[in-house]
Design a protein around this ligand. Sequence first.
Ligand code: FES
Length: 81
Amino acid sequence: MKTEPVTNPLDKLPPILKKNLDRNLCVCNEVLKIDIINAIVDGATTVAEVKKQTYATMGSGCCVKQVERLIECLCSPEAKK
Ligand code: FES
């Protein structure tokens, strides 16, 4: 029987996206980057779902691209380098 190794979801992020995890990614609503990452890891795979869980992107929408990028990296089957 093959067991999957436990992987840290952060390993899927390119180094530049692993920075400032405890800073606000969504400055309009003061949502921490790590909170957005956790929401994605917990199953929010679209911007709409991340928005519902964290209120990120609900200000002027200026962080949508960053949220999309995080979803793209975290939800891809392969770890990005
Ligand atoms: S920074 Fe998130 S909506 Fe503006």
